[in-house]
Design a binder for this molecule. Structure first.
Ligand code: ARG
Length: 264
């Protein structure tokens, strides 16, 4: 028996490795929070109170306060729609060990209808106790802000395969057109549902553990507005492979209707 792979099998093996690197890494439910390392590749520390709407979720994802009792996150961070008291949201602190942090349990998960692992990567988590003292992050309801420079933030890995961060990190990344992004990802990119961002040369990006967190920018009045939800990418911060984010404007009406149905 020959030990090496036939050429077609090599192709299959290479494709399998490539797919594995195309990281939709599903966070393990209720993983405990590691307490060291920075987050967001190429990022710097966010100041306490700089992004009051940022939420850390116990399954190892990010999120944003949409209303007093609803957190907008990624569908791939949660299970199916229904009552759910298994998630803990940490709010009000850039340092996950801050004694002043506030931790609130979930009571319901609403995952985007039709979510099947490709596109539609959004979900709402309802909290047991409302958060009244922190600013919320409004979502973009048109494509007007799907351009320019975006801010990304999270407690995820600071390099591929790296540990999660104790401190909230932030970075800026430029918009990448569907055309250019499609050159990298081909049919994996759902252009109408996803928006890409990153530098041609790489170096700055969201990474594992940042999923579900917001990508945002300033609106015409200088207020923060959410344009994306961290979703996926090929590795992290690689040249030629931008980060892929849920295009919030595409789902704004659905998110609004879902929020209303959840009493949020
Ligand atoms: N899917 C990842 C997560 O669950 C986010 C990956 C973002 N990757 C990227 N290259 N921008 O945390």
């Amino acid at each position: 028996m020959k030990k090496w792979l036939a050429p077609w099998k090599k192709l299959v093996a290479v494709a399998a490795v490539a797919l594995a690197a195309l990281s939709f890494q599903f966070p393990t439910a209720q993983a405990s929070e590691p307490d060291i390392g920075p987050t967001v590749v190429g990022g710097t520390r966010a100041a306490q109170g700089e992004f009051p709407f940022m939420v850390r979720l116990s399954m190892g994802c990010g999120g944003a306060l949409y209303s007093n009792n609803l957190v907008l996150t990624a569908a791939h961070c949660v299970g199916s729609t229904g009552a759910n008291t298994s998630i803990t949201a940490t709010v009000g602190a850039v340092d996950l060990q801050d004694p002043a942090r506030v931790q609130i349990k979930s009571n319901y998960v609403y995952r985007a209808p039709g979510y099947n692992g490709s596109g539609k990567d959004w979900a709402l988590i309802r909290l047991q106790t409302p958060v009244t003292n922190l600013a919320k992050l409004p979502i973009a309801t048109s494509t007007a802000y799907n351009n320019g420079t975006f801010t990304i933030a999270g407690w995820g890995a600071t390099y591929e395969g790296g540990p999660q961060s104790r401190y909230l990190l932030k970075a800026s990344v430029p918009f990448v057109s569907d055309d250019v992004c499609g050159n990298a990802y081909g049919s994996d990119l759902i252009a109408g549902e996803e928006i890409c961002a990153g530098y041609t040369q790489g170096g700055t990006d969201t990474c594992q553990g940042d999923s579900g967190g917001p990508m945002f920018r300033r609106d015409a009045n200088g207020a923060w507005i959410q344009v994306g939800i961290t979703s996926w990418g090929y590795g992290c911060a690689r040249a030629g492979y931008p980060g892929v984010y849920t295009e919030v404007s595409t789902f704004a009406a659905d998110i609004k209707a879902a929020a209303a149905s959840l009493g949020g």
